[in-house]
Design a protein around this ligand. Structure first.
Ligand SMILES: C[S@@+](CC[C@H](N)C(=O)[O-])C[C@H]1O[C@@H](n2cnc3c(N)ncnc32)[C@H](O)[C@@H]1O
Length: 267
């Protein structure tokens, strides 16, 4: 029996340090960046290059989740970074990670990216968002805000795993949406909105295979720890998340729902 909605983000961020969650992240991604997305570790390592980050870059992440990936960029590139997320537990975790890390230039704030951003015009050299845009209503307005806060010549990158490219049933839509609210978008529309908001589109890369691979690994890593997870999440939540992950796997292997990575510049 699958619940109407199940929780992923509150428990992933609120119980970030739980060994069972850490083991699942390592088994799923290979490297633990506190991820809840479909970003492979290869993509995590490529993002700084795609954004052209250097030690002097001031970077903005929308939907930073646990904050771990932003901190990784601040630590390894030496850039400064600001992250926002609507989830309290994510921001609490991110702030705590900063507190225990020496000398990283990172700040995190709870904020809803569907609202105007509280940053000045041209505040950042780069803006990115990993698998978050699908949750935020008003995509054109969000992209216009990303454009506004970016300096001329700066890069913007986001991924979207909710690009429709085939028939999806009402049951599949509801299972795929079990963890929250989503906007499914027809193929080609993100490219149009990126251009409409003023950006120059540099790349639109089909990364559907990443969603298939990560969902399967996460599903199987969780299945192997079923009793531990039921003790933490409860059976209804466990089964709901497994159904969600299975649905992502099916829709992406059949390529009815695709994931794209978009890179654009403010010329
Ligand atoms: C799939 S997770 C990705 C998190 C992180 N980027 C990662 O790669 O693991 C989506 C994130 O978007 C955040 N989110 C959803 N709606 C949002 C909004 N309106 N404003 C800011 N963040 C939002 C969620 O809280 C969640 O942390």
């Amino acid at each position: 029996m699958v619940a109407a909605k199940v929780d992923l983000y509150n428990s992933s961020y609120g119980k970030y340090d739980l060994p069972v969650y850490r083991e699942i992240r390592i088994e799923t991604y290979g490297e633990d960046f506190g991820q809840t997305s479909w970003v492979t570790t290869e993509e995590s390592y490529e993002i700084p290059t795609l954004l052209g980050l250097t030690t002097t870059s001031h970077v903005f992440e929308i939907g930073c989740g646990s904050g771990r990936y932003a901190l990784f960029l601040a630590e390894t590139i030496g850039c400064s970074i600001a992250g926002i997320d609507v989830n309290k537990e994510g921001i609490r975790n991110a702030v705590e990670l900063v507190r225990v890390s020496a000398g990283v230039r990172a700040t995190f704030q709870e904020a809803d990216a569907s609202q105007p951003l509280h940053f000045k015009d041209q505040a950042f050299d780069a803006v990115y968002s990993n698998d978050v845009m699908c949750h935020i209503p008003g995509r054109l307005a969000v992209l216009r805000e990303m454009f506004r806060v970016l300096k001329p010549g700066g890069r913007m990158l986001f991924s979207d795993a909710l690009v429709l490219d085939g028939p999806v049933s009402d049951q599949e839509v509801s299972t795929r949406s079990l963890i929250g609210s989503y906007i499914f978008i027809p193929r080609g529309q993100n490219e149009q909105l990126i251009k409409q908001s003023g950006f120059h589109l540099l790349e639109s890369r089909d990364t559907t295979q990443s969603a298939a691979r990560i969902s399967k690994r996460r599903h199987d890593a969780r299945a192997r720890r079923k009793s531990d997870l039921i003790a933490v999440e409860g059976e209804t939540n466990f089964l709901g998340l497994q159904a969600f992950l299975q649905c992502v796997y099916t829709l992406s292997t059949e390529r009815r729902l695709r994931r794209f990575l978009y890179v654009a510049s403010k010329t």
